[in-house]
Design a protein around this ligand. Structure first.
Ligand code: SAM
Length: 273
């Protein structure tokens, strides 16, 4: 297999379609009182317009070669940080500036090969965020907004949808980027909910482990997957019946509310087993 170029390794597909750039900026609904965190400014296709609309932009770019030309051109309200978003501790950087702004919003035409990992950054930062507008590979976007039923639904969709209202805003053809990616893209908006939708935050880590086990083998039943993760079969049979679920139910068919109910059944009533 051919060795990947630096551009490929960094997922560099630069936006050049002015109409799409405008739509992303509009979707971000920025005010002068907003602090914007941009992931991967690249050559600044979004950065300059973000800086026009927002109070301040902090842009995090991993490719050191792109930083000097960007730094010389950006206006004074843009701070460029040379770093890998997956290694940077953003929370204290935001905290230092937070009181000067009414809201913190994220945006980015993400490097697609690490977009799932970046969503965990979004989850980590959720206490201080109001919204995020990100571009993803179309199929990833569809999984993120999916509800129970289609095979696209995943533990990460449930986690994100618990804290954010997720909306797929529009699709983008490869020709909007240079070089064009091999896949279609989609713009997704995440709006922070005032209250979690399905489960309280303190249950997140245990419930997420339960979800990972439940979805681990897509073609298997929920019961088989949970048995493999160590839940005794008898407990599962009783918990499924108490939650009025068929023994053959699959995780992807069940709503987040039902999955959480089952998780609680298994967690809270061990004395009955
Ligand atoms: N925002 C620009 C645009 O729309 O034209 C560039 C988007 S390009 C798809 C992704 C950008 O993220 C590139 O500039 C790439 O160098 C940068 N990048 C890749 N991995 C990164 C990481 N781990 N942390 C920060 N930036 C990263």
């Amino acid at each position: 297999m051919a060795k990947k170029t630096r551009r490929q390794l960094l997922g560099q597909h630069f936006l050049h379609d002015r109409n799409i750039i405008k739509k992303i900026i509009e979707a971000s609904q920025l005010e002068k009182t907003d602090l914007v965190i941009e992931i991967g400014p690249g050559t600044g296709a979004l950065t300059f317009l973000l800086a026009e609309k927002a109070g301040r932009v902090i842009a995090i770019e991993k490719d050191a070669a792109l930083i000097p030309p960007l730094k010389t051109r950006v206006p004074a309200n843009v701070e460029i940080i040379a770093a890998d978003i997956l290694e940077l501790n953003l929370a204290p950087i935001i905290a230092r500036q937070r009181e000067n702004f009414s809201a913190v919003k994220m945006t980015g035409n993400l490097p697609y090969h690490v977009s799932t990992q970046i969503l965990f950054v979004l989850l980590d930062l959720k206490p201080s965020l109001k919204q995020a507008v990100f571009l993803f590979q179309k199929e990833v976007a569809q999984r993120l907004i999916a509800r129970a039923g289609p095979k696209k639904y995943s533990p990460l969709s449930i986690l994100l949808q618990n804290y954010f209202e997720t909306r797929l805003l529009f699709l983008i053809k490869p020709g909007a980027f240079s070089p064009p990616p091999a896949v279609d893209s989609a713009c997704v908006k995440f709006i922070r909910r005032t209250e979690p939708a399905f489960f309280p935050e303190e249950e997140e880590s245990k419930f997420y482990k339960f979800l990972q086990a439940s979805f681990s083998r897509r073609r298997q039943t929920l019961k088989k997957n949970l048995e493999k993760a160590g839940y005794p079969g008898d407990n599962l049979t009783r918990a499924l019946s108490r939650a009025q679920l068929e023994p053959k139910a699959r995780a992807e068919e069940l709503s987040p509310e039902i999955l959480y109910q089952l998780f609680l059944e298994l967690k809270n009533r061990p004395e009955l087993e």
